[in-house]
Design a protein. Sequence first.
Lengths: 448, 546
Amino acid sequence: MQHIVIIGNGISGVTLARHVRKLSDKKITIISSESDYFFSRTALMYVYMGHMKFEHTQPYENNFWKKNRIELLKGYVEKVLADKKTVSLSNGSKIAYDALVIATGSKPNKFGWPGQDLEGVQGLYSKQDLEQLEKNAPNKNVCKRAVIVGGGLIGIEMAEMLRSRDIPVTFLVRETSFWNGVLPNGESEMINEHIREHHIDLRLDTNLEKIISDENGRAKAVVTDKGETIACDVVGLTAGVTPNIDFLKDSGIELGKGVKVNRLLETNIKDIYAIGDCAEQHEGIGLRRPIEAVWYTGRMMGETLAQTLCGNPTEYNPGHWFNSAKFLDIEYQTYGWVFSERNKKEYEEHFHWRHPKEKICITMAFHKESHAFLGINNFGIRLRHELFDRWLNEKRPVEYVLEHLKDANFDPELYATYEDAIVSKFNADFGQNIQPKNKSWKRILNLH
Amino acid sequence: MEKNTKPSLDTDRHSKTTTMSTLDKSMSLSGEPPKALNTNQKISVLIGMTGLGILVLQLFNLQLGNSALWLSISLLLIFLGVFLFSQAAYAHKHEGIKNDGVWFKSISSRGLMGWLTGIALTGFYIVLYFYPEYLGLVQDGDNRGLIALFDPLSRALSGNPASQWFVYGTLYTVGILAFGIKFMWKYRHNGYQQLRTLSVMFFQTAFAFIIPEIMARLNGDLPYYDLKNMWPLNYYNFERYRINGFIDAGDVGLAMLLFGILSIFVISPILTYKFGKRWYCSWVCGCGAMAETVGDPFRQLSDKSKFAWKVERWVVHSVVVFVTLMTTAVIYSYLGNDTSKYWLTKTSFLIGVAVILTAVFAWAMIFKRDQLQKDAQYGALGYFTIIAVLLGMHFFSGEGNIFLFKSSTLRTTYSFLIGSIFSGVIGTGFYPIFGSRVWCRFGCPMAAILGFQQRLFSKFRITTNGGQCISCGNCSTYCEMGIDVRAYAQKGENIVRSSCVGCGICSAVCPRGVLKLENGPQEGRINPTEVLLGNDVDLMELVNRK
């Protein structure tokens, strides 16, 4: 029986294992040094905040794995011996494989800042990071201030976590506005405001110079490129992540920033594959980046590779881009592509609407000439994934999307609706006369 | 109203309250780091506890003098305490999800305070149901102690002295109102939660508390009747004394009896078809009202395991079988045999019950077989058990007897086991241990019947938003019914579960906008294939190919 060994029990590796089990009887082993069972990494913040216990982040009951004959092995893979088709663990044991899948995810970026390895300096990615944070910042008496370096999704999550324990937070963001390499200005500005109204000391356009140590080798302050020294007990490094592949250095597997793979998710060595955050496409697919450190893409790669491993070679061929996040109290979803001013394509036109009082806004991108709908960012409004996916497939013009926007509303019942206001702003901005149609179940479910 | 006029211990008010001790303890005990109480919260706890203290002192039959005044002071202080506590907890914060520290607080994470509260509540229920004399109930004479304190209010409403059930009903209503306000504050960004909570507050105050008392004043013959409380939750609704009461009360009584029958056979199926069982369980029902307000801090304690789900299905459906048989037996026992005296006789009644059950069973088996799967066997088992017993009743029962038992024994057993122990002592007493919907999930026959319909014949579903789920687990954690919502959401499946009461909290706590409660066409409601949106179409076809 073929033995598939998966290194990493995150969403990619576990999705792969589940689908392989559905499709075949192969022997499956998942090796992880992080946790006994699969958990949702994106939910770690809720454990620190007291919304959930760690067990709640585990999507499957503990007996699920045995029942599905997926062997879980706690251990740290030190080396891949490709010529012997074996991996060796830090405890000295060796495991032979027929197919090896690298799904080791990411680790927080460290850019060589002086003091980046001091006590009290940490990232937020793994279960161990969470445990570390619980030690470093259990309450506001032990941690009188935290400084977070890096204005992305993890940074704002970490700020929210610390604020839930009333710990003062200074948030250093390199960009001139929060996440404006990704978000268009209007949205980025709204999030700036929201961060500040949560009493987070947001410092835009500010870089970390160094971290200063106390006599015990613990961080006691940071110095910014503005020359300011900020006293703190914890420094959160959240300036993005990078593939977690150091253990593969001499394995013969081709590495770039991540593990280089082709569209079949194969590495340069036969029977070795890579999926998830640590996989790097030779070239980005469509407008995607070569490395996609996103929950959903990890899952999709797992689904895809399961097909290949079970005798049905399938290329990783992701559909329309989508993503989601939550910025403190503001939910964010995106379907298709909306680029920030910095990365905007020359054909890309934006329509932006923001609620006069609430923290709610959308930005739609469409093609300047053809008016083809390209994508939407929605903040504080939930929208239906399936409809946007369909509209993107059907290459609908932006006018069509606006006309049918009520179909796409996914907010809970009895919420205020904003489609009329959005459409009339579009009409005013672009001299049109679109009349939004009432919601139709027939259209939503594609019933005939 | 009946109150202490009934010889048997009557649990006419099925609705359960908590003592105010829960209310106040739940405030005072959230002091674990990093979620200590702020100063205003501490003051509000003191205020609420003072109000509660007045009630507790009454247990020792202290003569405080003016009962009306002291009762007013006590209830107002309790109400004010909860109100100020909520204000201190939420008013200064931004709109949004307020679950910080839930699993750090002793009261809401099965800590010491949770257990103590559970024990206190359970004790209160045991006294309430079985030893009301300790609360000051006097059968033939003036009440004493706590119950006497409520006499003026009871007299003002119905003209009668208070009973333990009046005390209970009053505290129950105050709890729902005060904690309803707290809940609305907590979810002030959420229109669905706001309106739903207003609705349960209204139905509790008007239908469960005020209207029956006023009806009793207007027409002394009418049985105490909370109109929204339908059979089989209201398992005693068709008992002889009540039927006689309805009939004796003339047209109004007959109208109420008719309403009681229409409620379960016509009104509830129509509403459940349109909206799912939530129209009842989390918008109208008194048990639901308590669970959603006072019980809200405990919703995360429900058991989500597959094992618990299995137990739930066995227990709750057994209760349905039990209540159906019990009610049939009770009605059977007082019907006659002579068609010339009354059109409904023992035999025609049994045939009627059998016909209705057969019709429902046949409908489910013929039209909904594909959706029932394994459950079909259990349904068949339940159905044939009932039919067999009905036949048995017909052939082997004598006057007043069902087999060898008196029908009243069956009824008393149900009342004790289900009406008192399950719905009260365990259902509410164990809030801080098993969560707020133990009764609704494991015990309520009404919920099971509505759930059967919700599963098979309703427009209601919780839609999963394509591939957006990140498996975080907030939805499952905060599901008071113990549904593992995430198990569906992460597969892109809609959630169509008979136990879902449609509280909408899974949708509220979802950080990625994945869940939406909605009523839509039945076509496309259940989508069992793993349509995980995001991957290209060819792959999806492969993944879905079984």
